[in-house]
Design a protein around this ligand. Sequence first.
Ligand code: ME8
Length: 682
Amino acid sequence: MSQPFYITTPIYYVNAEPHLGHAYTTIVADVASRFHRLAGDEVRFQTGTDEHGDKIAQAAQERGVTPQQYADQISGKFRHLWPELHITNDKFIRTTDADHKQVVTSILQKVYDAGDIYFAKYGGHYCVGCERFLTEHEMVDGKCPDHGTVPVYQEEENYFFRMSNYTSELKAHIEAHPDFIRPERYKNEVLAMLEQGLEDLCISRPKTRLTWGIDLPFDPNYVTYVWFDALINYLTGLGWPDGDNMAKFWPGAQHLIAKDILKPHAIFWPTMLMSLARAEGRPAQEYLYQHLNVHGYWNVDQAKMSKSLGNVVRPLELAEIYGVEAFRYFLMREMSFGLDSNFSEQAMVERYNADLANDLGNLFSRVLTLLHKFRGGVVPQGIIPSSEEEDWPLPEGTIHAGVHPDDVSPGSPLWISPGQLHFMAAERTYAYENEIRAFAFHEGLRWVWQIISATNKFVVIHAPWSLAKDPQKATELDQVLFTLTQLLADIAVLIWPVMPETAEKMAGVLGLHSIAPGMLEKIKANEPLLPVGTQTHQPPALFPRIDTKKVQAKAAKAEQKADTKPAPQAAEEPTEISIEQFGQVKLKVATVLAAERIPKADKILKLTLDAGEDEPRTVVAGVAQHYTPEELVGMQVVIVANLKPAKLRGITSQGMVLAAVGQDGLCVVSPSKPTPPGSQVR
Ligand code: ME8
């Protein structure tokens, strides 16, 4: 049944140019939108830019332009990038749009009139990077864990939103709707925050400090706090309060964000919506969004992307080298939605060659070349048999029907009949659909690649070139080529949300006019997409192979450059150090979450450690000749936590594991009793 689907990305700050992270979120939203269009749903997809607040005012000031000029310039960069990445948003919203200002003003007034906003004095630790006050609990060693900066203590009179009043109502909603926030790990994180209790939210900034914002309707001396302003964009874009789109799309609203802005979306926003519902005398359920979908962070070459590390990935540069389609595919296939992922050009090239050039590209050109060679490029007579109807001749020594499609894994010696291949494609399409609906894109693509592998195997098993030699086998050859061509059409439909241009190119060559709603249903129902007699065209090379040697050489050169930086002079070894000097070394307990061998390195292991921090750390340790990875997992170790990161074999090591060097070899230092990760060692 067709359902309206409303998806939003965060509105991005205009203090920095678009990078890999922004591109990923927006591509995910595009893939989800395209999938829902393909499934016949009515879709609305919104993205945009967040333009008020301290950060933008500061960035504009540094460049000597007005905040509006600066916002216009950077917002334009985002707006122009999206079509280049084949993004099909229906709306691009800016928080400086007049209608948005109007909506924010009106919601503020309603919430104020209903008694949920009050005036009070407050002192707190303000992080400009986060644009919010951090609680003591959130700070690590007195710093913002996300920005590594010391928040500024500020005391002033401000307006506050009674967020704390909604703590139990929000908790009850999350518990009653387990997929309100997904994947589950983020739901648990939010429940833990609620468990600690909520403070009220400061929602104003005095104009003496900041003028770049929307005026509070009930006090002209203040502007609205940027998050209260920004979150409301999701309603403005639908024409709140009574645009047609509001009634149609808001009940199915889905937000998409990365983990960095979980708290504003999972706590500020739903409590704001609950308050708005209360102010209007409506049940909160009518205003709460349907799902918050949270993904992890992209790191680059194992390190956090940052200007200072010079590793910020610009989406267009990659798209220019590898093509937009391959770039979109890589991002969707590589990241397990919800977890962090590492970006490297090397990995991208490997996936490109394996999945796109070898599996998909070869299959496409191979099948069409055979079809042209033996049947003039015309889809021959054939059927999609049900398993009962199928009476396919058995080659000697093979196992026949009754084989479950799950057993037909690439490389297995099992036989696949045409009926089984079609049946498998239908089954995998159901699985693909479920995964994409649940935002598990990498899993969805895995199912599609199983179809591609099985089809490649089908070519080898049935060897059309041998069938063609025997005139008695003409009907068999027809059926094999019919099945293969239908499978190419199925695959084109399934990859369309991720690689629309490639899919349309494939469809055009196959004589399928367009990829349209209803096709997914046909594949699931085992109905052919291509009528018998369809004339196909000669296949173009979809994904020419990339020379990995060239990419490796480029990476080696970059690494060499980094390694040849002059080494610091070895200082004369002091015999004694002061307690202050020792105090500079931060030692911490950490638990080994994972340990992996590193190809072509027999002395070192890559360890993933829980050091009681927001994210696990990667540390490269020279213990491979003394411990197996399995022995280390679960073990507690002591690390030097403030050692300058160093790159070893292309991996950035964020610390050092302590070990005693005895006569019998090396022995990792471990606390004598289980100790919470992150505990200091003194
Ligand atoms: O937070 N990996 O804007 P922002 C994955 N204006 N995704 C990343 C990423 C990375 N390394 N870096 C950024 C804001 N992103 C607010 C939002 S919404 C009402 C206001 C993506 O420009 C990801 O989607 O800092 C993340 O949540 C977002 O960019 C943050 O964008």
